[in-house]
Design a protein around this ligand. Structure first.
Ligand code: C2E
Ligand code: CA
Ligand code: CA
Ligand code: CA
Length: 279
């Protein structure tokens, strides 16, 4: 008994130690990631369902480290939020996405928008509004070309600051999107408290649309809520033609997902969606 206790105990320790090592390794390598140009952005098309036109892109962060390989954002964003690196990383994302969009903006129709994910720590910074306004000026982009995606969770803290910031950004003409709608604890109360421009239905509702009646009813209802509130509604994670047909029928505004295009680098995105004139 004592032996088996001992070994399970040491196994636990080993396991924890491994996790710690992995995390501190990730953390220290992430410190250098920006300087070593290991971070980049992918772009995924946003498709206007009625016209089938690509009317924008979501910028998605990628990290390739020579030792760790590709590390998905879900694995390092929260880490970067905990140690504050998200501010520098977030600035990199804003700069890169806006300078890229400025190039595309010369070719595309001017309803094109770039959607950028924003962390709570960025929003909480009082200088964030000026910073974003300066960047738009720097890259000579109209505010309407920018949509900032925020998730439900982040608004829980510092309600006043969040409220003020969202309002100011919207006064500048920047659009604010409520990301991952329906997955948080208080989705509806967010719609009550803040004014958004866009509502993104989380992938978890779209995933099983075909087999699950309950998910179909929920998706219909979320689209209807968005419409009633005059929000643009985007369905995320559309992978199949049947899912596309369903959200189309329910008059969802935009679709995003592998069915229309996977996240891809700027060059591929440009080749696939920018120079090609869409019908
Ligand atoms: P998100 O904002 O909900 O982004 C959508 C995620 O769904 C992306 O994962 C995208 O690659 C994936 N996706 C898109 N279409 C499909 C589909 O049809 N099927 C499936 N299975 N997945 C699809 P990704 O790129 O791994 O990003 C994960 C999360 O990391 C994002 O979720 C976002 O919360 C965060 N993130 C990504 N880039 C940034 C960034 O620049 N800043 C911040 N703060 N967070 C970011
Ligand atoms: Ca997003
Ligand atoms: Ca999302
Ligand atoms: Ca998400």
């Amino acid at each position: 008994i004592s032996k088996s206790n001992g070994s399970s105990h040491s196994f636990f320790n080993q396991h924890t130690q491994q996790n710690l090592n992995l995390r501190s390794q990730l953390e220290s390598r992430l410190m250098d990631a920006l300087n070593k140009n290991e971070l980049s952005l992918n772009y995924q098309p946003l498709v206007h369902l009625k016209t089938q036109r690509v009317v924008g892109a979501e910028a998605l962060l990628r990290w390739h480290n020579p030792v760790l390989g590709n590390v998905p954002p879900d694995k390092f964003i929260s880490l970067a939020e905990r140690n504050g690196q998200i501010i520098d990383i977030g600035n990199f994302v804003l700069h890169t996405a806006l300078s890229q969009t400025a190039k595309w903006y010369k070719t595309v129709e001017h309803d094109f928008k770039i959607a950028i994910n924003i962390s709570p720590l960025q929003i909480r910074n009082p200088r964030f509004i000026d910073h974003v306004a300066d960047l738009l000026k720097l890259y000579q982009l109209p505010a309407t070309a920018l949509e900032l995606e925020i998730t439900e969770g982040l608004l829980l803290q510092d309600e006043h600051i969040a409220h003020f910031t969202i309002q100011k950004l919207q006064q500048l003409g920047i659009k604010i999107s409520l990301d991952d709608f329906g997955t948080g604890y208080s989705s509806l109360s967010y719609l009550q408290k803040y004014s958004f421009n866009t509502l993104k239905i989380d992938r978890c509702f779209i995933k099983k649309l075909e087999e699950n009646k309950q998910d179909r009813e929920l998706t219909k209802t979320i689209i209807a809520i968005g419409k009633k509130l005059n929000l643009e509604v985007i369905a995320e994670g559309v992978e199949t033609i049947n899912q596309d047909a369903f959200i189309r029928k329910e008059r969802c505004d935009l679709g995003q997902g592998y069915f229309y295009g996977k996240p891809m680098n700027a060059e591929q995105f440009e080749r696939t969606f920018i120079h090609k004139k869409c019908t």
